[in-house]
Design a protein around this ligand. Structure first.
Ligand code: F6P
Length: 535
């Protein structure tokens, strides 16, 4: 039921920000640097191996004060306490949200059950298994050491582990090759399987629900591929599963001892820290996976204890609110200047857009302000040669996060220095712009950016970075009074696909939908027989 609560846009803190925006909107960030020699020191934060420089934003100390007043007025602190203490803050699904309990070693009670012993037990199961695969004690059905692992999952059961495996590749065992199957498109699976040997391939089916259409279809096809070569019984021995629905995994044929459980209180897009991280443990070893957890725990600790003005997640979140809700910025760019973070934009798309793509408050009232932004991006310097033109001279305001590591994993000539020179040059150019004689050459500047510098992209640093963005998303949803932990918006399309699938296989024309959908389906049925598409 929708409530009659007054909108947050009428609150004193929101109104104060609106008035402040009118006074600052035409200011120049560059001029603020000239007037405030200590601006970098004042508007940057250091935590372990992370540096966040947010000084190149259209803000003054008054802006920060007013944004923090909004955070306090919206009860961000109380909501944070609710999350860490296991309150059922995912109200639509009546669940607590405890991905933080997977990494900080704290006991939290969920319906009277302590989470910690369960977390520790699964970590031991992961350690035993990943060590065994890496040292050859756990081998394929023919006795040969595994050379390849296929992770089958989608969304939160895919993007996190794939990002982490990619980002931490410099730490990985080069003899164990990790592969990721997510999309339902058979072409992707075909390409993936073609060069692999079934006898030395381990398959990890990851699905919180163990019912997701894409994952289960891919899992069945891979089982057939294994069985054709090794026989049904041997094929089963090549499977492991990670799920919150253990009965479904065993029903699929995975040996109960090879099912790694996680729990309802871990959301899919927040699940990298659970057994969903198994591919990471397989690739880099359990000890290093635990360093990633420790990095995330360090960020949790910082989030819980730092005053808002010194809190990286709160600062990033409130800057996002500033541009989104007060300047109308509809998008936010993520620009890693580090190839190992190439998958970060895709990961953050799910984290942020699935969490913040909401249109009603916790009690069902329609919001009258914008919520989630479009998150997008690509690694620099490639992106400089594709979409940066629009960042520099387009008409839209696009705040951006630039992320880089000071020390590279691989030193080749001067590559890293050149990469970093571009990293520093771009945020400077975006802020300062450039006057020119021709109107076409004018860079207006005043384009806001955050710079995040990591000393080196270690497992610990990656854990910190990802937890930073998780908490940013949390704070923004606290401001909007929206539920960051459900995703009802993805269900309608799934239901319709399930209904349409059998209709594609029937010969009669479809009439049940709108004229466009009927027309498209009927064109497909009469012209596109997918079973004869080999040439
Ligand atoms: O697309 C919706 C979604 O439920 C995501 O939230 C989730 O990460 C993904 O599907 C996969 O779900 P599962 O892990 O249950 O297969």
């Amino acid at each position: 039921m929708a409530s009659e609560k007054p909108s947050i846009t009428r609150s004193p803190a929101w109104q104060a920000l609106l008035a402040h925006k009118a006074t600052i909107a035409n200011s120049s960030i560059a001029a603020m640097f000239a007037a405030q020699p200590q601006r970098f020191e004042t508007l940057s934060l250091r935590l372990d191996e992370l540096l966040l420089d947010y000084s190149k934003n259209l803000i003054s100390s008054e802006t920060i004060m007013l944004l923090m007043a909004l955070a306090r007025e919206r009860g961000v602190g109380e909501r944070m306490h609710g999350m860490f203490s296991g309150q059922k803050i995912n109200t639509t699904e009546n669940r607590p949200v405890l991905h933080t309990a997977l990494r900080d070693g704290r006991s939290v009670l969920v319906d009277g059950m302590d989470t910690l012993p369960q977390v520790v037990a699964v970590r031991e199961q992961m350690r035993n298994f990943s060590d065994g695969v890496r040292n050859g004690r756990i081998a394929g059905s023919g006795g040969g050491q595994y050379t390849d692992v296929i992770n089958i999952g989608i969304g939160g059961s895919h993007l996190g582990p794939m990002l982490a495996v990619h980002a931490l590749a410099p730490y990985a065992d080069p003899t164990l090759h990790m592969h990721f199957a997510s999309n339902i498109d058979g072409a992707a699976l075909y390409r993936l399987l073609a060069p692999l040997s079934p006898a030395t391939t381990l398959v990890n089916v990851v699905s919180k629900t163990f019912t997701t259409m894409e994952t289960m279809t891919n899992a069945r096809s891979v089982r057939r591929w294994l069985a054709n070569s090794l026989g049904e019984d041997n094929a089963a021995r090549h499977f492991v599963a990670v799920t919150a629905n253990v009965p479904k995994a065993t029903e699929f044929g995975v040996d109960a001892e090879r099912v790694f459980p996680f729990w309802d209180w871990v959301g899919g897009r927040y699940s990298l820290w659970s057994a969903v991280g198994l591919p990471v443990a397989l690739a880099i070893g359990m000890q290093r996976f635990e360093k990633m957890l420790a990095g995330a725990a360090a960020m949790d600790d910082h989030f819980r204890n730092a005053p808002f003005e010194k809190s990286m997640p709160v600062i990033l979140a409130m800057l996002g609110i500033w541009y989104n809700n007060f300047f109308g910025a509809a998008t936010h760019a993520i620009l890693p200047y580090d190839d190992t973070l190439a998958l970060l934009p895709a990961y953050l798309q799910q984290l942020d857009m699935e969490s913040s793509g909401k249109r009603v408050t916790h009690d069902g009232a329609a919001v009258d302000y914008d919520t989630g932004q479009v998150i997008w991006g690509a690694p620099g310097t490639d992106a400089q040669h594709s979409f940066f033109q629009l960042l520099h001279q387009g008409t839209r305001l696009i705040p951006a996060d630039f992320i880089a590591a000071c020390r590279p994993h691989h030193v080749i000539d001067r590559h890293h220095e050149i990469l970093m020179a571009n990293f520093f040059a771009q945020t400077t150019a975006l802020m300062n712009g450039d006057a020119a004689t021709s109107a076409h050459d004018v860079f207006p500047g005043n384009r806001p950016t955050n710079s995040i510098l990591v000393e080196k992209l270690t497992p610990h640093a990656l854990g910190m970075l990802l937890a930073l963005y998780e908490h940013k998303v949390f704070v923004q949803n606290a401001i909007w009074d929206t539920n960051a932990f459900d995703q009802p918006g993805v269900e309608l399309g799934k239901r319709l696909a399930t209904r349409i699938l059998p209709e594609l296989e029937r010969s009669d024309p479809v009439t049940a939908y709108d004229a466009s959908t009927n027309g498209l389906i009927n064109f497909y049925k009469s012209n596109c027989d997918s079973r004869s598409s080999n040439n």
